[in-house]
Design a protein around this ligand. Structure first.
Ligand code: G3P
Ligand code: CA
Length: 315
């Protein structure tokens, strides 16, 4: 497994190596990579499919996860969705951090930057930074500007990118003292993302916790939902299809059979988290509708250079 993502990476499970792209009529679209836009500036390669590139915690293979550096890079690499994992602070502010504790990725005063996120106020988290750990863990990818990257609030993310990107937001905690789903919904509305969310899924809300998705649905049934699963996905599909737009299985569950059955139920399939090019090729050829990756550049290169024998993705 690639080190990027490091500890804190949920095990996506192995994927079998069968079903490569070659048997599906691999076709290289020569000359697309690195083509120039009309103004002479480099443009992104044209994609041969509409599978969606979901930048897992941003371009977190290249830059520290859940920082503006990682989100900016993901956007520059052509990711269609930026993923946020969100948790509430003690004073009810939604912040973007994967772990429920600060210990792995935050550096700063121990009283503020260790322990559970939900036990700290936003003022405390303002004293922490979440870039140094990346430079220490991945010296080959280290950059001086990563040091000092703050923990973004979700509101700051919306302020920075507005309607220029799509958001794929995971509720990590639900049912606690802070009503995470209500706070998330209110921010979506406040930042003018509601119309795009319901008309073209500019925002997707994902969770491993069905009760969190049901809470969001109770607020507004128009919010598009994705049910994440830790495994054992196939028999769950009919129930998931009754309330969700899509399903997010671990890569090891994302068989061609699962994709076919999900599509028959009208469910989009977005497996997590696939980073190696060979695995990206395998999953793309199974006709997933998109996937989570720490390396949006790699997935984009796969999609730009191959024609897939797939129906149009569910979007
Ligand atoms: O949300 C998809 C994937 O990110 C789930 O795993 O642990 O990285 O949030 P995790
Ligand atoms: Ca996630």
């Amino acid at each position: 497994m690639d080190k990027a993502g490091g500890s804190g990476e949920r095990n996506s499970g192995g994927i079998s190596s069968g079903g490569g792209i070659g048997g599906l009529g691999l076709l290289l679209l020569a000359g697309l990579a690195g083509c120039q836009g009309s103004g002479g500036t480099p443009s992104l390669p044209v994609l041969a499919t509409d599978q969606v590139i979901i930048a897992h915690r941003g371009a977190s293979g290249h830059a520290p996860e859940h920082t503006f550096a990682a989100y900016d890079l993901a956007r520059a690499m052509g990711a269609e969705y930026l993923e946020q994992d969100i948790s509430p602070t003690a004073d009810g502010v939604l912040v973007c951090l994967h772990d429920t504790t600060l210990d792995r990725t935050a550096r700063g005063p121990a009283e503020n930057c260790t322990g559970s996120v939900s036990s700290k106020t936003l003022a405390q988290l303002r004293t922490c930074e979440v870039g140094s750990w990346f430079n220490e863990s991945f010296p080959e990818r280290a950059r001086p500007e990563y040091v000092g990257q703050p923990i973004p609030t979700l509101e700051e993310v919306f302020q920075r990118y507005g309607r220029s990107v799509n958001y794929y937001i995971e509720t990590k905690t639900s049912g606690g003292p802070v009503d995470v789903e209500r706070a998330l919904y209110d921010l979506i509305v406040k930042y003018g993302l509601y119309e795009g969310m319901v008309s073209r899924r500019q925002v997707l809300v994902q969770s491993f916790q069905p009760q969190s998705l049901q809470a969001m649905r109770a607020i507004d049934a128009a919010v598009p939902l994705v049910q994440l699963t830790p495994g054992g996905t196939l028999p769950l599909l009919p129930v998931i299809a009754s309330y969700a737009f899509g399903v997010g299985p671990p890569a090891g569950d994302a068989s061609a059979e699962l994709v076919t059955q999900a599509h028959a139920l009208g469910l989009a399939v977005h497996p997590y988290t696939i980073n190696e090019t060979a695995d990206l090729e395998t999953l793309a050829a199974r006709c997933v509708d998109g996937l989570f990756t720490n390396f949006p550049d790699r997935y984009r290169a796969v999609l730009a250079s191959r024609v897939l024998d797939c129906p149009p993705p569910i979007r």
